[in-house]
Design a protein around this ligand. Sequence first.
Ligand SMILES: Nc1ncnc2c1ncn2[C@@H]1O[C@H](COP(=O)(O)OP(=O)(O)O)[C@@H](O)[C@H]1O
Ligand SMILES: [Mg+2]
Length: 266
Amino acid sequence: MIEVKGFSFTYPTGSRPALSDVDFEVAPRELCAVVGGGGAGKSTLAGVVSGTVPHLTGGTARGTVRVNCRDLDDTPLSGLVGEVGLVMQNPFNQISGARFSVREEIAFGLENLGVPRDEMAARVDLVLDDLGLTGVRDRSPYELSGGQQQLLAIGSVLVMRPTVMVLDEPTSQLDAAGNALVFEALGTLKEQGVTVLLIEHRMERLAHAADRVLVLDRGAIVAKGTPGEVLADERLEEWGSHRCVTRWLLAAPPAGDSGRPGSRCR
Ligand SMILES: Nc1ncnc2c1ncn2[C@@H]1O[C@H](COP(=O)(O)OP(=O)(O)O)[C@@H](O)[C@H]1O
Ligand SMILES: [Mg+2]
């Protein structure tokens, strides 16, 4: 569960707010997509929900952010480990550098949580299989392709079984097969009750996965609703991001999969 209320944020070096008066909620089992052009504030929002902004960045924040009913203002980052998972925009930044193989890299977070060895091995093998990484499990993370590193970054977070998962443009380097794997993994997460905030610059393939869409433009939410509602909004042309939004929304959802009542990012 994510609740953001009246949240504004300016980086220490920023001349204007990166986020302005942002309000939304994402319920468990809901996948909320965030779209918008470059510099709209999407990665900043990912940082806010996963606790790194402003805890690690510094800067000026106003408003409240609650994750699973805990106010992030009073929650140290260590208190969110295993609860909120962030897949960063650049997967290379997510590699720990402390482990020599893909398998060890995925196990890294679980080691830190003190998960028993047998359970750890089983969870790692499951994630390797789900993401099609079993064939490269003994390779160095640095020897992987960009797409494989992206899957590894997602796997390192999935294995922790967070209740809230934030993914910042997780499919940017993936081919169709990689996209399908990520989409399947997100579907499974939702079924398991995970709250998902999915940031995408272009996400044609994942369009039908979203219950709600937020459109960010220059730090402000300029539209929110179902994919269909956002597309029908007459202001679509005004948004700097309208091209990517239109492309994203025009991707046809599978039959019978449009509009899911009872789930809203209000
Ligand atoms: N670490 C930072 N320090 C200062 N300004 C930043 C930092 N990161 C992002 N910004 C600024 O905040 C705004 C939003 O950036 P970002 O959240 O990365 O947007 P997006 O992910 O939508 O491209 C931009 O104006 C960007 O220049
Ligand atoms: Mg970004």
